[in-house]
Design a protein around this ligand. Structure first.
Ligand code: DC
Length: 231
């Protein structure tokens, strides 16, 4: 059976990665969390003091881009691939609210995007991939056979992210998480290079009132229709 490319885009914390992982597992496809790549570059920038609350030395970061190697390694215990930065597992480090507060600034930089899109093309060159992000259906894989655009209200999304951070032991307030979600929505949708927007041929799914099972089954049906069309 011919493999297809599945692009899942949407605002932060819409549950893109949850459904993308489920789909990849079900189909035996590769799953790539492109947001993790932007987060890993952000973590690198933080570690090198290129970014903090008061400054962002864009050039210092772009001059070091060639020394950043991002890779994914499947962790059988967790059932998904973890992200590595220059050979070091940074999966936990990149998920904090602090990284979230800087990542949209880093993702605005065209040189960063160019570098990461190149790697994303390489990862998807044989199809059989589910990639989630902000520009996957519009820029990275404009010819993807299936494009999904996920939405949910900002409050619903902030609440999901808040529960997730609390469960990981982070000391955060709901107000700060909501602020971060709204701020990232704004920056991600209004940046010049590859802003977050629904591709014309993407199917929009608002999952505010869908359970994980309902969401998965709905998207799986769309996948099955596309797979039939493609064979
Ligand atoms: O999916 P996420 O919340 O982990 O993504 C983190 C940030 O990375 C998000 O706020 C915007 C950026 N991003 C992007 O610009 N393009 C992508 N394809 C994926 C993420």
């Amino acid at each position: 059976m011919n493999k297809i490319t599945i692009a899942i885009d949407g605002f932060s914390s819409t549950g893109k990665s949850t459904v993308a992982k489920q789909l990849a597992k079900h189909l035996g496809y590769i799953y790539v969390d492109s947001g993790a790549m932007y987060r890993a570059v952000t973590w690198f920038a933080m570690q090198n003091n290129f970014i903090d609350e008061s400054h962002f030395h864009t050039q210092a970061l772009t001059s070091k881009l060639s020394s950043i190697a991002i890779s994914f390694k499947f962790n059988p215990e967790l059932g998904f691939s973890e992200v590595y930065l220059n050979g070091i597992n940074v999966e936990k480090d990149i998920r904090t609210l602090e990284v979230s507060s800087f990542v949209s600034q880093v993702a605005k930089v065209s040189e960063v995007r160019k570098q990461l899109v190149k790697q994303q093309h390489e990862l998807g060159k044989n199809k059989g991939i589910v990639m989630d992000g902000r520009d996957i259906g519009t820029v990275v894989f404009p010819d993807a056979e299936l494009k999904i655009f996920m939405t949910a209200s900002a409050e619903t999304r902030a609440n999901r992210r808040y529960q997730e951070l609390l469960s990981k032991g982070e000391d955060v307030s709901f107000k700060d998480v909501l602020h971060n979600v709204q701020e990232r929505d704004f920056i991600d949708s209004n940046r010049k290079d590859s802003p977050l927007k629904k591709a014309d041929d993407a199917i929009e799914i608002d999952n505010s009132n869908l359970s994980l099972d309902e969401q998965f089954n709905k998207i799986l049906q769309l996948v099955e229709t596309k797979l039939k069309e493609n064979n």
